[in-house]
Design a protein around this ligand. Sequence first.
Ligand SMILES: Nc1ncnc2c1ncn2[C@@H]1O[C@H](COP(=O)(O)OP(=O)(O)OP(=O)(O)O)[C@@H](O)[C@H]1O
Length: 294
Amino acid sequence: MYGLNPTFSSLDSNSYIPHQKRPEPRSNQPQGDAQKPVIRLHDLRKNYGTKLVLKGIDLEVYPGQIIGYIGPNGAGKSTTQRLMLGLEHGYSGLIEVLGQDISNGSQAYKNRIGYVPETAEIYDMLTAREYLSFSGQLYGLKQDDAEYKAAKLMRIFGMEEVFDRRIDSFSKGMRQKVMLTASVLHNPDVLFLDEPLSGLDAGSVAVVKEIFARLAAQGKAIFYSSHIMDVVEKISSRIILLHEGQVAADGSFAELKARGAEGSLEQIFNQLTGFTEHEAIADRFCETVQEAYN
Ligand SMILES: Nc1ncnc2c1ncn2[C@@H]1O[C@H](COP(=O)(O)OP(=O)(O)OP(=O)(O)O)[C@@H](O)[C@H]1O
């Protein structure tokens, strides 16, 4: 069932969740499709042993949205992404991706999603060509098609000369571009990314920001987590703040500000997560650095 509009009565009064964000239908898409969420989470709960990590997440994501999924370390962001990707099991509640309840055992939705993990060192021994060819084939492309498109995308990123070099000789930013390329070879409808701008120089960040905007304009949904607040503030059409396993805020940056939260996203983040210790921690840290040995 689409269009669920859950309530969030268990959250405290500081939480800001206006409503599930539903964009206007785009003229280049069938209206029905634009109204259907590409991701739907309902009462998603996950625990590791006795530790409750996700405590009932309700969320709908629509085509064309760029979601910045933020939260303190350990809030459960990667866990949420890994569950949606089918890389983590054992949860309660509903996870629906592209209309498919992912617990039904079918892998069909996986050919329509892309994923950029934060690290992928296990593939370091491969060349960019080998890795991209392998990734493309995992997503159902023929080897020739995968290599052709990979070569073209790498050339656009200015990486044609290193296409046949091993990834372990690449800088962090170069690896990131390979991962990004791998995630889009099969033209996915939904893109999941973990710290997608990590290691990229300023020019490359600008390029990737533009790429996100264009992919979203094509009707793809982008769901990424990051700790770089000034970037999240600028490129997300919608920001979802996860705090202690629950959604504590959900809206565009302008909406978060308009609802009483003040300042930069970093300040809003600290306000909503109740983190006011940064100065005291920095004081204690630097005093300790200066301590003399006896
Ligand atoms: N495989 C696991 N086994 C046990 N506990 C885990 C496992 N994976 C994650 N956790 C715990 O779940 C909690 C949420 O972890 P998660 O990686 O989702 O957080 P995060 O929000 O992505 O954090 P960060 O911003 O530091 O990347 C943490 O307390 C973590 O220790």
